[in-house]
Design a protein around this ligand. Structure first.
Ligand code: SF4
Length: 328
């Protein structure tokens, strides 16, 4: 049983709500501060991971209604999380953000919110507003980190340093708002050990969940230019699986794993093309977990947290003992 190898989001949600819960992607077109004065992250295209629903004129309520209709027909589920996915979903005044979040929650079948954003775009006033919603519904914030290494963040043009992430995690967890960290495997210049160090660093910081996916190249990005110039080579499926297994082992066993793969748009993907076979990749990943008997957390806590390419240990950002319960 793969579920015994790591903590899955689906089983965790089922524990809380007693039935399957599905996520509905919401696109409110808030834009991204990293795309204002720069081209943005090297793997980002102008759509910013969006569904295009906002550009097509759909309101939040309409996106919720369409999502519920589609998912309830397909999976027979009756409870949903509204996932504010595209761009930076805390990039705006708290009053505007609150109205968007509450519009999604107006349908009683929406049992929670997931808010995707950048760690350098969460002022305390926004967190204070989210705390009030959190008193009524399940809410978590998803922060893009991708790597805990400053040199990698500079290389991929993230526009923030690791400290911005750890500061955002501290301020968010101190308000008892759960945090999910986004990590990308196979970023330019990173070794497996670098990715393992990042997994340990986010575990030590006390995040509640993690999303992982191998890096992929989409059209119209700086990463596509790097591919054409030969300065970046796409991951093989075998390497991506090996990286994923190493990172799972390095994560704290308390962390809920929200995702291990990704689902790039067929029309936009340049490489690696094996990622289009999402079901096959998932199946081979699960097979590798079983055959190698990989368990989440088996290398967490006992290995050194020293970043081997640095002369000094990677700075640890541990949470207070009171937060160790990782209460959702
Ligand atoms: S933070 Fe997200 S939306 Fe902004 S540039 Fe990076 S990938 Fe694109």
């Amino acid at each position: 049983m793969t579920q015994a190898h790591y903590r899955t989001l689906s089983s965790w949600l089922k524990q809380i709500f007693g039935e399957p819960v599905r996520k509905i992607s919401i696109d409110v077109g808030l834009g991204c501060p990293n795309r204002v004065s720069s081209p943005g992250c090297i793997y980002c295209n102008p759509r910013g991971s969006g569904t295009g629903a906002h550009a097509n004129g759909l309101t939040v309520s309409e996106q919720v209604a369409r999502g519920i209709e589609f998912l309830s027909h397909r999976y027979g589920c009756q409870k949903f999380i509204a996932y504010f996915q595209s761009y930076t979903n805390t990039y705006g005044p708290p009053e505007l953000l609150e109205s968007l979040y509450r519009e999604a929650l107006a349908d009683q079948r929406i049992v929670g919110l997931s808010i995707g954003t950048r760690p350098d775009c969460v002022p305390d006033a926004v967190l204070d507003m989210i705390v009030e919603i959190r008193k009524e519904k399940l809410v978590w914030i998803e922060y893009g980190l991708q790597s805990a290494h400053a040199w990698t963040l500079a290389r991929i043009n993230r526009g923030h340093d690791p400290e911005a992430f750890f500061d955002a995690v501290r301020r968010t967890r101190s308000r008892d708002i759960p945090v999910v960290a986004h990590l990308i495997l196979g970023l330019p210049g990173e070794s497996v050990q670098d990715m393992v160090t990042t997994a340990r660093a986010v575990s030590a910081a006390g995040v509640n969940g993690v999303k992982l996916h191998p890096l992929y190249i989409i059209k119209g990005t700086e990463l596509e230019n790097m591919l054409q110039k030969g300065t970046y080579a796409p991951l093989t499926e075998e390497d991506a699986i090996d990286m994923t297994l190493s990172v799972i082992q390095a994560l704290s066993p308390e962390i809920v794993v929200h995702r291990l793969t990704s689902d790039p748009h067929r029309d936009e993907l340049v490489a690696p093309l094996w990622m289009l076979d999402k079901r096959g990749v998932r199946s081979r990943l699960e097979q590798a977990l079983r055959s190698r008997d990989i368990r989440q957390g088996t290398t967490w806590g006992r290995a050194s947290l020293v970043d081997e390419e640095q002369t000094a240990p990677l700075q640890l950002h541990t949470i207070d003992a009171a937060d160790q319960s990782r209460k959702w």
